[in-house]
Design a binder for this molecule. Structure first.
Ligand code: ZN
Length: 247
């Protein structure tokens, strides 16, 4: 099976539409969403409704989804995130709020070869930022390939019998990774709606778990339209400005 992997969409309609325009979703290529559909961006209802309509093979909730639908408090959030999530909670339709409330916590096994989570397979809210975090996560992952999000930084951790390799996308080209059957992987596709690795383009991944291949890709989108929507909604201007720098 092939999967299109999206994470941290954050209510960014323009970024989601740009990604969906270049990926070939079908019965043989299903959508997988790693959480944080909402928060920060101006179009939470559009993003939730679009994801629902695409009937994903798997969706796990993110920390922003939990706060937006009232399942968690915002006490861990920065003031900026708190302002945005209050706006988001008020904007959500009852249907979309109910959908977010019903999302499962990760980790979730999609197949014997593939597990997905928002933060880490050990804890849905934990950040995997370095090799120490990655080794801890690989120790508890139940499948040889584990997908995660939450940090908004695209990265591949690959564990062979000797050591851990860290691979970051470095150029305009996609990062293509061959998945060896005797190695274990932690893969973050990056963020669709609010990249934080210095590349403002929407990030996503395409994974073929039978052919053993993962592709971390980027697509440009009309950032200025997403920025205008954020400003028009009365959300903090910083949320608009940061989209241009991908930080
Ligand atoms: Zn996020």
């Amino acid at each position: 099976m092939r999967y299109v992997i999206l994470s941290d969409l954050h209510g960014n309609r323009q970024a989601l539409e740009a990604v969906l325009a270049v990926v070939p979703l079908s019965a043989e290529c299903r959508l997988v969403v790693l959480g944080d559909l909402v928060g920060y961006g101006a179009d939470p209802n559009f993003v939730v409704a679009r994801v629902r309509a695409l009937d994903p093979a798997a969706v796990v909730r993110g920390n922003h989804d939990k706060v937006a639908c009232g399942l968690a408090s915002d006490e861990e959030f920065t003031p900026l995130a708190r302002t945005a999530i209050a706006w988001t909670a008020a904007a959500l339709t009852p249907e979309n709020r109910a959908y977010l409330r019903g999302l499962p916590a990760g980790p979730l096994l999609v197949s014997p070869r593939l597990e997905v989570c928002h933060g880490s397979p050990a804890d849905e809210d934990q950040y995997i930022v370095d090799s120490v975090d990655a080794l801890d996560a690989l120790a508890v992952a139940r499948a040889p390939v584990c997908l995660f999000g939450h940090t908004h930084v695209a990265v591949v951790f690959e564990r062979d019998h000797e050591r851990l390799h860290v691979r970051l996308p470095e150029s305009d080209d996609a990062l293509v990774v061959t998945l060896h059957p005797d190695r274990r992987y932690l893969i973050n596709p990056g963020s669709v709606g609010q990249p934080r690795d210095g590349d403002p383009r929407a990030a996503f991944a395409v994974l073929d778990d039978e052919a053993g291949r993962a592709e971390l890709r980027r697509v440009a989108y009309p950032v200025e339209e997403a920025q205008a929507a954020i400003l028009a909604a009365g959300l903090p201007p910083l949320l608009a400005h940061r989209l241009a720098s991908g930080r």
